[in-house]
Design a protein around this ligand. Structure first.
Ligand SMILES: [Fe+2]
Ligand SMILES: [Fe+2]
Length: 242
């Protein structure tokens, strides 16, 4: 469905809240390198000031994108899913994608660093950052899949004997800290690769690696947003009630 009515975005709106209400707008922020997941609590005005953007122009872009969003393929609206459905969705899309993509990125980063470090001294650090990030993300997802998500499903089903808000808050804080660390590593990769843009001499593997890293960064924002701003706060609220 297409709508042309304004969606009430102002320079004071928080990035995370905008994406929670309108998931399709994540792509606008991704295109501008604006962090709406770990940096989701910042206002549009603050984010624009940091990046040297005009907040009114960004509001207009977001309004236009919101109006057009109904016509294109959209990511799921996490607010419409139950906690169990959302945990399942995150595992079946973002986690599955990362488990197959991270080993490929690690392999390509190694190949590119070995062959081309002589002409770009940042490549060994890029490789080490990709390897550390892949290890971190794989271990992080294991903790979510083996501990936190099963607990959230139990809380929703009312079968979480002995689970209470406090015992859920600790693993959630830990996962949020790990998201921030992954976000920082990804921002560092963006710097080391000039925004994931290849130079004229980059070989095909190097180009494929940068395209893969750009896709990874965009997916990470959507993934972390669903956990930090939808799944975790709703699970905590549910645990408080039960
Ligand atoms: Fe996750
Ligand atoms: Fe996570």
């Amino acid at each position: 469905m297409t709508t042309s009515t304004p969606v009430g975005i102002t320079p004071e709106s928080q990035l995370g809240a905008i994406v929670a209400a309108r998931p399709a707008l994540a792509r606008v922020f991704e295109g501008m390198g604006l962090d709406y997941c770990c940096g989701g609590k910042q206002s549009l005005a603050a984010a624009c000031q940091r990046q040297g953007l005009d907040p009114q122009a960004l509001v207009a872009t977001l309004e236009a994108a919101a109006a057009a969003a109904g016509t294109g393929p959209a990511d799921v609206d996490p607010a419409r899913l139950t906690l169990t459905e959302l945990a399942d969705h995150i595992e079946q899309t973002h986690h599955l994608y990362l488990k197959s993509e991270l080993p490929r990125l690690v392999e390509m980063a190694g190949r590119v660093a070995r062959k081309h470090a002589w002409r770009d001294a940042r490549l060994p650090e890029m490789q080490a950052t990709v390897e550390a990030l892949a290890d971190e993300m794989l271990s992080h997802m294991r903790k979510e899949e083996e501990v936190l998500f099963p607990a959230i499903r139990q809380i929703e089903a009312g079968t979480a004997a002995g689970f209470h808000c406090g015992s859920l808050a600790h693993p959630i804080r830990q996962m949020e800290a790990e998201h921030e660390s992954a976000g920082n590593a990804t921002a560092h990769l963006r710097e080391l690769t000039d925004g994931f843009v290849p130079d004229a001499e980059a070989c095909n593997t190097h180009r494929a690696l940068l395209a893969g890293l750009a896709e990874f960064a965009a997916d990470l924002h959507r993934h972390v947003h669903k956990e930090n701003h939808v799944l975790f706060p709703r699970a905590l609220a549910q645990a408080e009630r039960s």
